[in-house]
Design a protein around this ligand. Sequence first.
Ligand code: PMP
Ligand code: GLN
Length: 397
Amino acid sequence: MTLERHRHGVCSALLPFGTSIFTEMSALAQKWDAVNLSQGFPDFDGPLLIRQAAADALLKGPNQYTPSMGTAVLRKAVAAKMKRFQNVEVDPDTMVTVTAGATEALAAVFLGLVEPGDEVILLEPSYDLYAPMVARAGGTPVHVGLELPHFELPAQALADAFGPRTKAIVLNNPQNPCGKVYSAEELALIASLCESHDALVVGDEVYEHLVYDGRAHTTLLAVPGLSERSLVISSTAKTFSMTGWKVGWVVASPALTEAVRMSHQFLTFCTPGPLQEAMAGALGYADTYYGELLSDYDRKRRMLCDALASLGFGIQVPQGSYFVTVDIRPLGFEDDLALCRALPASAGVAAIPESVFWSQRRQGRHLVRLCFCKKDETLSQAIERLTAWRARGMKGG
Ligand code: PMP
Ligand code: GLN
């Protein structure tokens, strides 16, 4: 036997996607000891109290499987949080499913709902896992690009993308990588298209608490017309600065929840109990916690945006998330991937090329994403290094 038919190893649905850009850029950052503003994770840990609660729960137990849908205490905390921040009534027993982060939540949603032949609309630039996981579920991603330079929703192109095979649209709000926060009018447009085509909306709301300049986050479940057709995903990764814990959830109507639970039980079955216990307590933190998280990130956002603007990059100040998008053309670069591959060695800073978030690479080729979920001193160091790189004549790309 030659093993010829296994020569690719990877199945055909995933083969076109290659290794995640986050893995590639973090490895380069490590190799060159660069300040890593590429993969979005804080270089500080979330509150000690949460870690203490998890440690206590680990020692006290139980340490066995939890119910597949999630522990009652965490499901209730998620429902209480939806009521508190969004004034949305959620039944913790029939509408909340706890998952291994938003990543598994998205996989569970696509695998639980998408039939071969279904189309799923993705708004580009779109987070890296949507297209591969839709494809692996047998669906066809239908890409609609936001209009550059301000990432506006193209009403006509969006309407044209809907058709009889549209199963769902994915709405990442606030959006990674571009930091867009959708307006009430844009949400209403999406709602009316979904209603008229009987389509679902998968909301990826992991940056729900990082919305700046007095804007408010609106969950899809609060948008008129969408409460029965939305699956809202979030996680504790960003809100509690512990991306490695992987505690997430899906909130949806009982009928849609049934589909999510069906696939979730075969993916991970359940999420570690002590982490669920600790995060259930964290979700109930006082408003001061959420307020400080936002004001800290707001300060970091300004710090990085101001510095990048004075270095000469074109800046898109993000409305939400912890990423800033820069246009590299004013500095004479035109290939984001080449620049990001060179930057760790030449400048000692790592960033993410945004063209990877577009189905047509050329559309995002002039854009680079940098994250500001870092200590102030880390951001200062990155800024110093970029300033020195610029003074040296900016090799790279
Ligand atoms: N969706 C988006 C838009 C993200 O940026 C991320 C990255 N954290 C995820 C999902 C995955 O979240 P989690 O770490 O909870 O799996
Ligand atoms: N969400 C993180 C980012 O956008 C990456 C998560 C991951 O590495 N999969 O940077």
